[in-house]
Design a protein around this ligand. Sequence first.
Ligand code: ZN
Length: 399
Amino acid sequence: MNTFSCERSGGCERAHRGGLALLLAAAGVLTWPAGAPAQAQTQTPGTGPQSAGSSSTDDWANPNFYATYQGDGQIHPWHAQGGVWLMAGEPGMSNVAVQIGNEGALVVDTGVKPMADKLLAQIQQLAQQQAGDQKAIRYVVDTDGLMDHIGGNAVIREGGSTIVAGNFQFDNPGLTPGASVIANQNVLMRLVQESSSGYANAAPQALWPTDTEDFDIYNVHFDGEAVQLFHPHMATTDGNLMVMFRRSDVIATGDIVDMTGYPLIDTARGGTIDGELVALNHIIEMAVPEDKQEGGTMIIPGHGRLCDQSDVVHYKNVITIIRNRIQYYKNQGKTLPQVLALKPSADYDDRWGHDSGPWTTRQFIEAVYKTLPARGPSFSMLNETVVPATAAVAGGRSY
Ligand SMILES: [Zn+2]
């Protein structure tokens, strides 16, 4: 299993289409309800994209709505909302979020290494156009330690600068200049472990975070708004961070939300299905939709198009159902091969499954099976943010 990268195709165009539709709908240009692309996620397999509770349009009848985006090799800035932009592009397809304001730029994730120079150029161009007096990149936040999210760390960090007090600079003459790269401490711990154990694809030190934290919630004020960093425990890894921009009303989730497929639960790096569901429910809890449950808080997933709360609700429901089926089978004593043969995700695979690539449906089922207790309860379909019963069964795990 390639756990180092969840690079995948598909999603850039969807990101644009979803975002475009939301923007046009907000401007009253479109005839369908605002955020209908979001609702299209609820399609019943085999019936093609459609919007739940509203009439289909020709656009939704297009069978290629979710077709793989071929890409043009460029980074595409997309204004998410407020002071936050989504930077999507090939190859790698992992999303980068950029907040820009009077104090400079804060970058969430840095994509893949081959795209780093292009990404830096786009961020600097955006900063020249949108920032105030300060146009430098000040902070980078890594949502996890996978190579498709930290690949550009060195280039983006060196393209920026951190403001430090003069005495700090004086006391640390060897301090490497550049932006601060913030991550959960587990990210650095695992990167160091992988490097020291001689893993062939270990990330070089230049990509490691420079500022690691051990917090569940960390609040900072930057570019005229409150920025909150949340650390969900054991979601897709044990080092996830999610970033909420409160005035802009945007949440960058990293791999916890993936509009191109089932979440990459990296069990080798501490990921668990129940931790993932707790994190998804936390996002749902933080997001506030506008009228008809659409729009409002914009959510930038780790991969794929921009989405809103209802997208995450649909995503969470699908994953909860699959999780509960697998727990049901596991409670009956079924083995992993038996569960795989029963295809517990079959009715959702058209939209979310992959037979090939870095994260297949089979790998997802294996990760769910592996991280569920031998016997355990169902995960509530309500927006639970704790799972005490499961935690107890699983040996006192805390999510
Ligand atoms: Zn990813």
